[in-house]
Design a protein around this ligand. Structure first.
Ligand SMILES: Cc1ncc(C[n+]2csc(CCOP(=O)(O)OP(=O)(O)O)c2C)c(N)n1
Ligand code: SF4
Ligand SMILES: [Mg+2]
Length: 317
């Protein structure tokens, strides 16, 4: 979209507020450098996978030339959810599991922002599981990076919904007995329109997935394996060729619009496949609401706030 295109956003009082969609740098104004994007120093344990995900988020902002005022970084609670502290732009460190409804409000009211959400497997699939399902089916435009380490890191080693069977933690001292969820299958069934899988040990691939997700007009989700070296060391070695594992990308003949094919890919045993599993176009809630608002605006054109209210009350009689 050109940065001169205007979106019309209805506001209280019957006015129309014209806002620019997410802008990109021009010759007049340069893109940001990593130094300009970085805020506080991350406080993660040395070797934590989250460092590389943050570095790649900076790289994405730098490469795609997004300015401070056009990005917002939202997160819940967890080690991975510390992201907003480290980015020099709009952002909010919100309630555990509630990042998506908060980000939805931003996305629906501020089409001039790229909305990015970061969080952990607990935040996404445990306490925030319901919000994940509803944000996916509503197809609200944003990019959600789930940093999956198969454990609750911040609270020091409890079983998470993605912990494999037998994982010994403070909540399952004899080993996890509950069947873990399969993130890819869950996201497909919830109705997400862009679903990808990557791992922090392959920086080029992470960046590639982030770029594709950012360009998707809808709810784009990436499951990014991000090792917790403190409480689940070596969890993802089987996916890391430097540790003797294998990194298999999604086969080139995979049809990303085929839901059943996405389930099939997701069924592969760990380390499975990496890449885009599913990508379809479906109207976003953003677009649907803009249409509804424009219709309502048209009907109440020229009326004062109290007159609109009076009309509503009259209708309710
Ligand atoms: C409402 C609420 N419940 C529980 C907690 C405690 N808590 C904080 S982070 C967390 C889990 C973190 O795990 P995850 O989301 O996987 O993130 P990670 O630290 O592994 O990156 C829990 C249970 C909380 N802060 N708020
Ligand atoms: S506890 Fe785990 S997830 Fe948290 S900072 Fe340390 S290594 Fe990273
Ligand atoms: Mg976790």
């Amino acid at each position: 979209m050109s940065d001169t295109t205007k979106l019309e956003m209805p506001v209280r009082g019957g006015n129309i507020l014209a806002v620019n969609p997410p802008a990109l740098a021009t010759d007049e104004r340069k893109g940001l450098t990593k130094k300009e994007i970085a805020a506080d120093h991350p406080t993660w344990c040395p070797g934590c996978g989250d460092f590389s995900v943050l570095a790649l988020y900076f790289k994405l902002i730098e490469k795609r030339k997004v300015w401070h005022e056009n990005i917002t970084t939202v997160a819940g609670i967890g080690c991975s959810s510390r992201f907003p502290y480290f980015v020099q732009a709009h952002g909010a460190h919100y309630i555990h599991g509630r990042a998506l409804p908060f980000a939805s409000g931003i996305s629906l009211t501020r089409p001039d922002l790229h909305v990015f959400v970061f969080g952990g497997d607990g935040d996404a699939f445990s306490i925030g599981g319901n919000h994940l399902n509803h944000t996916a089916r509503k197809n609200i435009k944003m990019t959600y990076v789930i940093m999956d380490n198969w454990v609750y890191g911040l609270t020091k080693k409890q079983t998470s919904p993605t912990s494999p069977l037998g994982f010994k933690s403070k909540t399952d001292t004899w080993g996890a007995v509950d069947h873990p969820i399969n993130p890819m299958k869950q996201l497909v069934s919830a109705g997400a329109t862009f679903i990808a899988r990557t791992t922090h040990t392959n920086p080029n691939h992470v960046l590639q997935m982030m770029e594709a997700a950012m360009d998707h007009d809808g709810f784009s989700v990436i499951e990014c394996l991000s090792e917790c070296v403190e409480f689940y060391e070596g969890a993802f070695d089987a996916s890391n060729p430097r540790k003797g594992g294998v990194f298999n990308t999604v086969p080139t003949d995979h049809d990303v619009t085929d839901e059943m094919a996405a389930y099939k890919l997701a069924d592969a045993a760990f380390p499975g496949y990496f890449g885009i599993f599913y990508k379809v176009n479906r109207p976003t809630k953003n677009a649907n609401e803009t249409k509804i608002n424009a219709g309502a605006q048209e009907k109440s054109k020229g009326l004062k706030d109290w007159q609109i209210l009076q009309k509503n009350f009259d209708r309710m009689k």
